[in-house]
Design a protein around this ligand. Sequence first.
Ligand code: AMP
Ligand code: MG
Length: 487
Amino acid sequence: MMNQKAGWNLENSYARLPELFFSLIEPNPVRSPNLVILNQPLAESLGLNADALRAEDGVDILAGNRVPEGSLPLAQAYAGHQFGNFTRLGDGRALLIGEQLTPNGERFDIQLKGSGRTPYSRGGDGRAALGPMLREYIISEAMHGLGIPTTRSLAVVTTGETIYRETELPGAIMTRVASSHLRVGTFEYAYHWGMPADIKALADYALERHFSEVEKKENTYLTLLEEVIKRQAKLIAQWQLAGFIHGVMNTDNMSICGETIDYGPCAFMDDFASDTVFSSIDIQGRYAYGNQPSIGVWNLARFAETLLPLLHEEQEKAIELAENALSTFKDWFHNHWQYGMRAKLGLFGEEKQDEALIGELLHLMEKHRADYTNTFLALTFDRKEDHALFNHLDFTKWREKWQARRERQSESMADSLQLMKDSNPAVIPRNHRVEEALEAAVNHRDYSVMEKLLDVLSDPYAHTAEQAEYATLPPDDGQCYKTYCGT
Ligand code: AMP
Ligand code: MG
Protein backbone atom coordinates (compact mmCIF):
# COMPACT_ATOMS: atom_id res chain seq x y z
CA MET A 1 0.00 0.00 0.00
CA MET A 2 2.64 2.45 1.18
CA ASN A 3 4.89 1.24 -1.63
CA GLN A 4 2.35 2.15 -4.24
CA LYS A 5 1.98 5.58 -2.73
CA ALA A 6 5.72 6.31 -2.76
CA GLY A 7 6.17 4.67 -6.15
CA TRP A 8 8.99 2.30 -5.30
CA ASN A 9 9.40 -0.20 -8.12
CA LEU A 10 12.52 -2.10 -7.23
CA GLU A 11 14.41 -4.88 -8.93
CA ASN A 12 17.64 -6.57 -7.88
CA SER A 13 19.49 -7.70 -10.98
CA TYR A 14 22.89 -7.19 -9.33
CA ALA A 15 21.97 -9.79 -6.70
CA ARG A 16 21.76 -12.39 -9.47
CA LEU A 17 25.52 -12.14 -9.98
CA PRO A 18 27.65 -14.79 -8.22
CA GLU A 19 27.66 -14.37 -4.43
CA LEU A 20 31.26 -13.26 -4.48
CA PHE A 21 30.11 -9.82 -5.62
CA PHE A 22 28.03 -8.80 -2.61
CA SER A 23 26.86 -9.43 0.92
CA LEU A 24 23.20 -9.28 1.79
CA ILE A 25 22.83 -7.11 4.85
CA GLU A 26 20.27 -5.87 7.29
CA PRO A 27 19.96 -2.10 7.46
CA ASN A 28 21.30 -0.43 10.61
CA PRO A 29 18.55 1.73 12.10
CA VAL A 30 19.41 5.27 13.19
CA ARG A 31 18.01 7.16 16.15
CA SER A 32 15.92 10.00 14.77
CA PRO A 33 16.00 10.63 11.05
CA ASN A 34 15.20 14.06 9.74
CA LEU A 35 14.91 15.03 6.11
CA VAL A 36 17.24 17.88 5.19
CA ILE A 37 16.79 18.03 1.44
CA LEU A 38 14.86 16.14 -1.21
CA ASN A 39 15.42 16.42 -4.94
CA GLN A 40 11.86 16.71 -6.17
CA PRO A 41 12.50 16.75 -9.95
CA LEU A 42 14.76 13.72 -9.63
CA ALA A 43 12.19 11.92 -7.45
CA GLU A 44 9.55 12.56 -10.09
CA SER A 45 11.73 11.35 -12.94
CA LEU A 46 12.28 8.13 -10.98
CA GLY A 47 8.53 7.67 -10.62
CA LEU A 48 8.66 8.44 -6.89
CA ASN A 49 6.13 10.58 -5.09
CA ALA A 50 7.97 13.43 -3.37
CA ASP A 51 5.25 13.99 -0.75
CA ALA A 52 5.27 10.33 0.21
CA LEU A 53 9.06 10.45 0.55
CA ARG A 54 8.77 13.47 2.85
CA ALA A 55 6.30 11.69 5.13
CA GLU A 56 7.57 9.70 8.13
CA ASP A 57 7.40 6.37 6.29
CA GLY A 58 9.31 7.80 3.37
CA VAL A 59 12.05 9.35 5.51
CA ASP A 60 12.44 6.04 7.37
CA ILE A 61 13.38 4.46 4.07
CA LEU A 62 15.85 7.24 3.17
CA ALA A 63 17.46 6.69 6.59
CA GLY A 64 17.71 2.91 6.21
CA ASN A 65 15.35 2.32 9.14
CA ARG A 66 13.02 0.39 6.90
CA VAL A 67 13.28 -1.07 3.43
CA PRO A 68 10.66 -0.64 0.76
CA GLU A 69 8.89 -3.68 -0.63
CA GLY A 70 10.95 -5.36 -3.32
CA SER A 71 14.24 -4.29 -1.76
CA LEU A 72 17.07 -6.75 -1.20
CA PRO A 73 19.60 -4.63 0.68
CA LEU A 74 23.18 -5.49 -0.08
CA ALA A 75 26.70 -4.13 0.10
CA GLN A 76 28.81 -4.49 -3.04
CA ALA A 77 32.26 -6.00 -3.06
CA TYR A 78 35.03 -4.34 -5.03
CA ALA A 79 38.72 -3.65 -5.00
CA GLY A 80 40.74 -0.72 -6.22
CA HIS A 81 44.08 0.86 -6.92
CA GLN A 82 44.20 3.71 -4.43
CA PHE A 83 46.95 6.17 -5.33
CA GLY A 84 48.49 3.29 -7.27
CA ASN A 85 48.26 0.64 -4.53
CA PHE A 86 45.97 -2.33 -4.93
CA THR A 87 43.53 -2.95 -2.05
CA ARG A 88 40.46 -4.99 -1.28
CA LEU A 89 37.54 -2.65 -0.60
CA GLY A 90 33.74 -2.79 -0.91
CA ASP A 91 30.81 -0.73 0.32
CA GLY A 92 32.04 -0.01 3.81
CA ARG A 93 29.42 2.59 4.53
CA ALA A 94 26.80 2.14 1.86
CA LEU A 95 24.04 -0.19 0.95
CA LEU A 96 22.21 -0.75 -2.27
CA ILE A 97 18.49 -0.91 -1.57
CA GLY A 98 17.71 -1.95 -5.13
CA GLU A 99 17.32 -0.77 -8.70
CA GLN A 100 14.41 1.53 -9.34
CA LEU A 101 12.65 0.93 -12.65
CA THR A 102 11.41 4.30 -13.83
CA PRO A 103 8.26 5.10 -15.79
CA ASN A 104 10.54 5.52 -18.84
CA GLY A 105 11.81 1.99 -18.44
CA GLU A 106 15.23 3.05 -17.16
CA ARG A 107 17.02 1.37 -14.27
CA PHE A 108 18.87 3.24 -11.52
CA ASP A 109 20.70 2.00 -8.44
CA ILE A 110 19.36 3.50 -5.24
CA GLN A 111 22.14 3.54 -2.71
CA LEU A 112 22.23 4.83 0.86
CA LYS A 113 25.63 6.30 1.69
CA GLY A 114 26.51 6.59 5.37
CA SER A 115 24.12 3.80 6.31
CA GLY A 116 26.29 1.89 8.79
CA ARG A 117 28.79 -0.91 9.01
CA THR A 118 28.96 -3.76 6.49
CA PRO A 119 31.26 -6.76 6.08
CA TYR A 120 33.55 -4.42 4.08
CA SER A 121 33.86 -1.67 6.70
CA ARG A 122 37.30 -2.73 7.96
CA GLY A 123 38.06 -0.32 10.82
CA GLY A 124 35.47 2.28 9.78
CA ASP A 125 32.24 3.13 11.53
CA GLY A 126 30.16 2.94 8.35
CA ARG A 127 28.83 6.42 8.92
CA ALA A 128 29.06 9.75 7.16
CA ALA A 129 28.89 13.36 8.34
CA LEU A 130 26.35 15.91 7.21
CA GLY A 131 28.90 18.29 5.60
CA PRO A 132 30.43 15.80 3.15
CA MET A 133 27.02 14.35 2.23
CA LEU A 134 25.65 17.81 1.42
CA ARG A 135 28.85 18.58 -0.45
CA GLU A 136 28.31 15.52 -2.66
CA TYR A 137 24.68 16.57 -3.12
CA ILE A 138 25.66 20.07 -4.27
CA ILE A 139 28.54 19.13 -6.56
CA SER A 140 26.81 16.16 -8.20
CA GLU A 141 23.73 18.25 -8.92
CA ALA A 142 25.97 21.03 -10.28
CA MET A 143 27.63 18.48 -12.59
CA HIS A 144 24.22 17.37 -13.77
CA GLY A 145 23.31 20.99 -14.49
CA LEU A 146 26.52 21.39 -16.47
CA GLY A 147 25.52 18.40 -18.60
CA ILE A 148 28.32 16.15 -17.34
CA PRO A 149 27.36 12.50 -16.75
CA THR A 150 27.17 11.90 -13.02
CA THR A 151 25.54 9.98 -10.21
CA ARG A 152 22.84 12.12 -8.66
CA SER A 153 21.51 12.90 -5.22
CA LEU A 154 17.95 12.17 -4.23
CA ALA A 155 18.02 13.17 -0.57
CA VAL A 156 20.02 13.80 2.55
CA VAL A 157 18.73 12.95 6.02
CA THR A 158 20.37 13.59 9.35
CA THR A 159 20.45 10.56 11.62
CA GLY A 160 20.15 12.26 15.00
CA GLU A 161 23.42 10.56 15.93
CA THR A 162 26.84 12.04 16.49
CA ILE A 163 29.78 10.68 14.58
CA TYR A 164 33.34 11.03 15.73
CA ARG A 165 36.10 12.31 13.48
CA GLU A 166 38.60 14.98 14.55
CA THR A 167 35.57 16.60 16.17
CA GLU A 168 32.01 15.51 16.88
CA LEU A 169 29.86 15.88 13.78
CA PRO A 170 26.21 15.37 12.94
CA GLY A 171 25.66 12.04 11.15
CA ALA A 172 23.84 11.92 7.82
CA ILE A 173 22.84 9.57 5.02
CA MET A 174 22.71 10.51 1.37
CA THR A 175 20.59 8.67 -1.18
CA ARG A 176 22.66 8.29 -4.31
CA VAL A 177 21.17 7.48 -7.69
CA ALA A 178 23.46 5.91 -10.29
CA SER A 179 23.07 4.16 -13.63
CA SER A 180 24.99 1.49 -11.75
CA HIS A 181 27.81 1.19 -9.25
CA LEU A 182 29.91 -1.11 -11.44
CA ARG A 183 33.46 0.15 -11.13
CA VAL A 184 36.82 -0.70 -12.63
CA GLY A 185 37.44 -1.93 -9.08
CA THR A 186 34.54 -4.40 -9.36
CA PHE A 187 36.34 -6.06 -12.27
CA GLU A 188 39.64 -5.99 -10.41
CA TYR A 189 37.94 -7.73 -7.50
CA ALA A 190 36.60 -10.45 -9.81
CA TYR A 191 39.99 -10.86 -11.48
CA HIS A 192 41.91 -11.22 -8.23
CA TRP A 193 39.47 -13.16 -6.07
CA GLY A 194 37.08 -14.80 -8.50
CA MET A 195 37.18 -17.56 -11.07
CA PRO A 196 37.22 -16.84 -14.82
CA ALA A 197 33.47 -17.59 -14.83
CA ASP A 198 32.95 -14.73 -12.35
CA ILE A 199 34.65 -12.17 -14.59
CA LYS A 200 32.61 -13.44 -17.51
CA ALA A 201 29.38 -13.13 -15.50
CA LEU A 202 30.31 -9.57 -14.53
CA ALA A 203 31.31 -8.60 -18.07
CA ASP A 204 28.09 -10.05 -19.49
CA TYR A 205 26.10 -8.18 -16.86
CA ALA A 206 27.86 -4.88 -17.66
CA LEU A 207 27.27 -5.38 -21.40
CA GLU A 208 23.59 -6.10 -20.85
CA ARG A 209 23.07 -3.28 -18.39
CA HIS A 210 24.96 -0.48 -20.12
CA PHE A 211 25.73 -1.38 -23.68
CA SER A 212 22.66 -3.24 -24.90
CA GLU A 213 22.10 -0.63 -27.62
CA VAL A 214 25.67 -0.67 -28.88
CA GLU A 215 26.46 -2.66 -31.98
CA LYS A 216 28.66 -5.54 -30.86
CA LYS A 217 31.74 -6.96 -32.49
CA GLU A 218 32.07 -10.70 -32.71
CA ASN A 219 34.38 -10.34 -29.71
CA THR A 220 31.83 -8.74 -27.37
CA TYR A 221 34.36 -8.26 -24.58
CA LEU A 222 36.46 -6.14 -26.90
CA THR A 223 33.33 -4.07 -27.50
CA LEU A 224 32.95 -3.71 -23.73
CA LEU A 225 36.53 -2.48 -23.36
CA GLU A 226 36.25 -0.09 -26.29
CA GLU A 227 32.96 1.38 -25.10
CA VAL A 228 34.20 1.95 -21.56
CA ILE A 229 37.28 3.66 -22.99
CA LYS A 230 35.10 5.90 -25.20
CA ARG A 231 32.82 6.91 -22.33
CA GLN A 232 35.69 7.68 -20.00
CA ALA A 233 37.50 9.68 -22.69
CA LYS A 234 34.39 11.78 -23.19
CA LEU A 235 33.75 12.15 -19.46
CA ILE A 236 37.28 13.26 -18.65
CA ALA A 237 37.23 15.69 -21.61
CA GLN A 238 34.09 17.20 -20.07
CA TRP A 239 35.82 17.50 -16.69
CA GLN A 240 38.75 19.30 -18.31
CA LEU A 241 36.45 21.64 -20.20
CA ALA A 242 34.59 22.56 -17.01
CA GLY A 243 37.74 22.88 -14.88
CA PHE A 244 36.61 20.05 -12.62
CA ILE A 245 39.15 18.16 -10.53
CA HIS A 246 37.90 14.82 -9.23
CA GLY A 247 40.63 14.60 -6.64
CA VAL A 248 40.64 10.87 -6.03
CA MET A 249 40.64 9.02 -9.34
CA ASN A 250 41.29 5.63 -7.78
CA THR A 251 40.06 2.68 -9.86
CA ASP A 252 37.29 2.03 -7.32
CA ASN A 253 36.00 5.52 -8.13
CA MET A 254 35.87 4.98 -11.90
CA SER A 255 32.49 3.90 -13.16
CA ILE A 256 32.05 1.46 -16.04
CA CYS A 257 29.09 3.39 -17.42
CA GLY A 258 31.02 6.67 -17.64
CA GLU A 259 29.38 8.67 -14.85
CA THR A 260 31.34 10.81 -12.43
CA ILE A 261 31.18 9.00 -9.10
CA ASP A 262 32.34 9.56 -5.54
CA TYR A 263 32.57 13.21 -4.71
CA GLY A 264 35.18 13.25 -2.00
CA PRO A 265 37.90 15.84 -2.27
CA CYS A 266 36.79 17.23 -5.64
CA ALA A 267 36.61 20.91 -6.58
CA PHE A 268 36.42 23.31 -9.49
CA MET A 269 39.52 25.21 -10.43
CA ASP A 270 39.59 29.00 -10.10
CA ASP A 271 42.88 30.21 -11.69
CA PHE A 272 43.90 28.15 -14.66
CA ALA A 273 46.85 25.98 -13.67
CA SER A 274 47.48 22.42 -14.84
CA ASP A 275 49.07 21.43 -11.56
CA THR A 276 46.06 22.42 -9.46
CA VAL A 277 45.36 19.97 -6.64
CA PHE A 278 42.82 20.56 -3.91
CA SER A 279 42.85 17.26 -2.08
CA SER A 280 44.72 17.40 1.23
CA ILE A 281 45.84 13.79 0.82
CA ASP A 282 47.21 14.14 -2.71
CA ILE A 283 50.67 15.23 -1.64
CA GLN A 284 52.37 14.16 -4.91
CA GLY A 285 49.77 15.78 -7.14
CA ARG A 286 48.95 12.42 -8.76
CA TYR A 287 45.38 13.55 -9.42
CA ALA A 288 46.14 17.15 -10.42
CA TYR A 289 43.95 18.76 -13.09
CA GLY A 290 46.46 18.25 -15.91
CA ASN A 291 47.04 14.59 -15.01
CA GLN A 292 43.43 13.49 -15.21
CA PRO A 293 43.51 12.22 -18.82
CA SER A 294 46.67 10.15 -18.29
CA ILE A 295 45.35 8.76 -15.00
CA GLY A 296 42.20 7.85 -16.93
CA VAL A 297 44.30 5.74 -19.30
CA TRP A 298 46.19 4.18 -16.39
CA ASN A 299 42.92 3.16 -14.74
CA LEU A 300 41.56 1.82 -18.02
CA ALA A 301 44.70 -0.29 -18.41
CA ARG A 302 43.86 -1.87 -15.03
CA PHE A 303 40.37 -2.55 -16.41
CA ALA A 304 41.78 -4.05 -19.62
CA GLU A 305 44.00 -6.41 -17.60
CA THR A 306 40.97 -7.95 -15.95
CA LEU A 307 39.43 -8.65 -19.36
CA LEU A 308 42.50 -10.31 -20.90
CA PRO A 309 41.27 -13.89 -20.34
CA LEU A 310 38.02 -12.98 -22.11
CA LEU A 311 39.62 -11.07 -24.99
CA HIS A 312 41.59 -13.98 -26.42
CA GLU A 313 42.68 -17.42 -25.29
CA GLU A 314 46.26 -16.61 -26.26
CA GLN A 315 47.60 -14.06 -23.85
CA GLU A 316 49.80 -12.30 -26.37
CA LYS A 317 46.90 -11.74 -28.71
CA ALA A 318 44.74 -10.57 -25.81
CA ILE A 319 47.39 -8.04 -24.82
CA GLU A 320 47.64 -6.78 -28.38
CA LEU A 321 43.86 -6.27 -28.57
CA ALA A 322 43.84 -4.47 -25.22
CA GLU A 323 46.77 -2.23 -26.16
CA ASN A 324 45.17 -1.27 -29.46
CA ALA A 325 41.96 -0.39 -27.68
CA LEU A 326 43.77 1.65 -25.02
CA SER A 327 45.68 3.55 -27.67
CA THR A 328 42.40 4.99 -28.98
CA PHE A 329 41.73 6.89 -25.72
CA LYS A 330 44.02 9.71 -26.78
CA ASP A 331 42.11 10.47 -29.98
CA TRP A 332 38.66 10.12 -28.41
CA PHE A 333 39.72 12.44 -25.62
CA HIS A 334 41.37 14.96 -27.90
CA ASN A 335 38.44 15.09 -30.30
CA HIS A 336 35.90 15.69 -27.53
CA TRP A 337 38.09 18.23 -25.85
CA GLN A 338 38.88 20.15 -29.04
CA TYR A 339 35.26 20.15 -30.08
CA GLY A 340 34.31 21.47 -26.64
CA MET A 341 37.02 24.12 -26.68
CA ARG A 342 35.96 25.37 -30.09
CA ALA A 343 32.39 25.63 -28.81
CA LYS A 344 33.61 27.61 -25.78
CA LEU A 345 35.22 30.01 -28.24
CA GLY A 346 32.17 30.19 -30.52
CA LEU A 347 33.93 28.42 -33.37
CA PHE A 348 32.09 26.25 -35.86
CA GLY A 349 33.78 23.79 -38.15
CA GLU A 350 37.48 23.17 -37.95
CA GLU A 351 40.51 25.10 -39.13
CA LYS A 352 44.06 23.85 -39.04
CA GLN A 353 45.15 26.72 -36.78
CA ASP A 354 42.42 26.10 -34.17
CA GLU A 355 44.63 23.90 -32.06
CA ALA A 356 47.32 26.59 -31.85
CA LEU A 357 44.71 29.28 -31.15
CA ILE A 358 43.31 27.29 -28.22
CA GLY A 359 46.75 26.38 -26.93
CA GLU A 360 47.89 29.98 -26.98
CA LEU A 361 44.90 31.15 -24.96
CA LEU A 362 45.42 28.49 -22.32
CA HIS A 363 49.11 29.30 -22.16
CA LEU A 364 48.34 33.00 -21.57
CA MET A 365 45.70 32.16 -18.97
CA GLU A 366 48.13 29.94 -17.10
CA LYS A 367 50.97 32.44 -17.34
CA HIS A 368 48.84 35.27 -15.96
CA ARG A 369 46.86 33.07 -13.55
CA ALA A 370 43.52 34.09 -15.01
CA ASP A 371 40.30 32.61 -13.70
CA TYR A 372 39.31 29.72 -15.96
CA THR A 373 35.51 30.10 -15.94
CA ASN A 374 35.41 33.89 -15.88
CA THR A 375 37.89 34.34 -18.71
CA PHE A 376 35.59 32.39 -21.02
CA LEU A 377 32.64 34.41 -19.72
CA ALA A 378 34.47 37.66 -20.45
CA LEU A 379 35.16 36.46 -23.99
CA THR A 380 31.52 35.44 -24.41
CA PHE A 381 30.17 38.83 -23.36
CA ASP A 382 33.04 40.79 -24.86
CA ARG A 383 34.10 42.21 -21.51
CA LYS A 384 37.49 43.40 -20.38
CA GLU A 385 38.26 42.08 -16.92
CA ASP A 386 40.28 44.02 -14.39
CA HIS A 387 43.07 41.47 -14.57
CA ALA A 388 46.67 41.42 -15.80
CA LEU A 389 45.77 39.06 -18.65
CA PHE A 390 43.36 41.55 -20.17
CA ASN A 391 45.92 44.34 -20.14
CA HIS A 392 48.61 42.32 -21.80
CA LEU A 393 49.51 42.98 -25.41
CA ASP A 394 49.84 39.26 -26.19
CA PHE A 395 46.26 38.76 -25.10
CA THR A 396 45.02 41.70 -27.18
CA LYS A 397 46.78 40.20 -30.20
CA TRP A 398 45.29 36.79 -29.46
CA ARG A 399 41.84 38.34 -29.22
CA GLU A 400 42.26 39.89 -32.67
CA LYS A 401 43.26 36.55 -34.17
CA TRP A 402 40.29 34.89 -32.51
CA GLN A 403 37.88 37.55 -33.77
CA ALA A 404 39.24 37.15 -37.29
CA ARG A 405 38.65 33.39 -37.05
CA ARG A 406 35.05 34.02 -35.94
CA GLU A 407 34.49 36.44 -38.79
CA ARG A 408 35.84 33.99 -41.35
CA GLN A 409 33.20 31.38 -40.57
CA SER A 410 29.93 31.41 -42.48
CA GLU A 411 27.78 31.27 -39.32
CA SER A 412 26.61 34.61 -37.95
CA MET A 413 28.10 36.34 -34.90
CA ALA A 414 24.73 35.83 -33.19
CA ASP A 415 25.05 32.07 -33.68
CA SER A 416 28.61 32.17 -32.43
CA LEU A 417 27.51 34.08 -29.32
CA GLN A 418 24.75 31.57 -28.66
CA LEU A 419 27.19 28.69 -28.97
CA MET A 420 29.44 30.39 -26.40
CA LYS A 421 26.54 31.03 -24.00
CA ASP A 422 25.57 27.37 -24.25
CA SER A 423 29.12 26.20 -23.67
CA ASN A 424 30.41 28.55 -20.96
CA PRO A 425 28.67 28.27 -17.59
CA ALA A 426 27.69 31.50 -15.85
CA VAL A 427 28.30 29.77 -12.58
CA ILE A 428 30.20 26.82 -11.15
CA PRO A 429 30.15 25.64 -7.53
CA ARG A 430 33.01 27.85 -6.36
CA ASN A 431 34.68 26.58 -3.25
CA HIS A 432 33.86 29.60 -1.11
CA ARG A 433 30.19 29.43 -2.09
CA VAL A 434 30.00 25.72 -1.32
CA GLU A 435 31.71 26.28 2.03
CA GLU A 436 29.36 29.14 2.87
CA ALA A 437 26.36 26.90 2.15
CA LEU A 438 27.78 24.04 4.21
CA GLU A 439 28.66 26.31 7.12
CA ALA A 440 25.09 27.61 7.35
CA ALA A 441 23.68 24.09 6.97
CA VAL A 442 25.93 22.25 9.40
CA ASN A 443 26.48 24.89 12.08
CA HIS A 444 23.14 26.66 12.01
CA ARG A 445 20.84 24.17 10.31
CA ASP A 446 20.02 26.95 7.90
CA TYR A 447 19.54 25.27 4.53
CA SER A 448 18.44 28.38 2.65
CA VAL A 449 21.98 29.29 1.51
CA MET A 450 22.42 25.83 0.00
CA GLU A 451 18.99 25.88 -1.63
CA LYS A 452 19.73 29.19 -3.31
CA LEU A 453 23.10 27.90 -4.50
CA LEU A 454 21.48 24.74 -5.89
CA ASP A 455 18.95 26.89 -7.67
CA VAL A 456 21.53 28.97 -9.55
CA LEU A 457 23.57 25.85 -10.33
CA SER A 458 20.63 23.96 -11.80
CA ASP A 459 20.82 25.75 -15.17
CA PRO A 460 24.31 27.23 -15.41
CA TYR A 461 23.90 28.26 -19.04
CA ALA A 462 20.91 30.53 -18.33
CA HIS A 463 23.15 33.59 -17.68
CA THR A 464 20.75 35.36 -15.31
CA ALA A 465 21.57 38.46 -13.25
CA GLU A 466 21.41 36.37 -10.10
CA GLN A 467 24.04 33.99 -11.45
CA ALA A 468 26.39 36.90 -12.14
CA GLU A 469 26.51 37.47 -8.38
CA TYR A 470 27.78 33.91 -7.95
CA ALA A 471 30.57 34.42 -10.48
CA THR A 472 32.57 36.64 -8.13
CA LEU A 473 35.86 35.27 -6.90
CA PRO A 474 36.73 34.58 -3.28
CA PRO A 475 38.50 37.48 -1.51
CA ASP A 476 41.86 35.64 -1.29
CA ASP A 477 41.61 34.01 -4.75
CA GLY A 478 40.85 30.67 -3.14
CA GLN A 479 44.36 29.41 -3.69
CA CYS A 480 44.75 27.95 -0.23
CA TYR A 481 41.58 25.97 -0.44
CA LYS A 482 41.88 22.32 0.53
CA THR A 483 39.33 19.56 0.33
CA TYR A 484 39.21 16.51 2.55
CA CYS A 485 38.08 12.97 1.88
CA GLY A 486 34.44 12.60 2.76
CA THR A 487 34.89 10.26 5.68
P1 AMP B 1 36.01 6.57 -0.70
O1 AMP B 1 37.24 7.30 -0.31
O2 AMP B 1 34.75 7.21 -0.21
O3 AMP B 1 35.97 6.23 -2.15
O4 AMP B 1 36.06 5.18 0.10
C1 AMP B 1 37.10 4.26 -0.01
C2 AMP B 1 36.74 3.00 0.74
O5 AMP B 1 36.65 3.26 2.13
C3 AMP B 1 35.39 2.42 0.34
O6 AMP B 1 35.49 1.01 0.38
C4 AMP B 1 34.47 2.92 1.42
O7 AMP B 1 33.34 2.10 1.59
C5 AMP B 1 35.37 2.88 2.64
N1 AMP B 1 34.95 3.84 3.68
C6 AMP B 1 35.01 5.19 3.62
N2 AMP B 1 34.53 5.73 4.76
C7 AMP B 1 34.16 4.72 5.57
C8 AMP B 1 33.60 4.62 6.89
N3 AMP B 1 33.30 5.70 7.61
N4 AMP B 1 33.36 3.38 7.38
C9 AMP B 1 33.65 2.27 6.67
N5 AMP B 1 34.16 2.30 5.43
C10 AMP B 1 34.42 3.50 4.87
MG1 MG C 1 34.84 5.40 -3.39
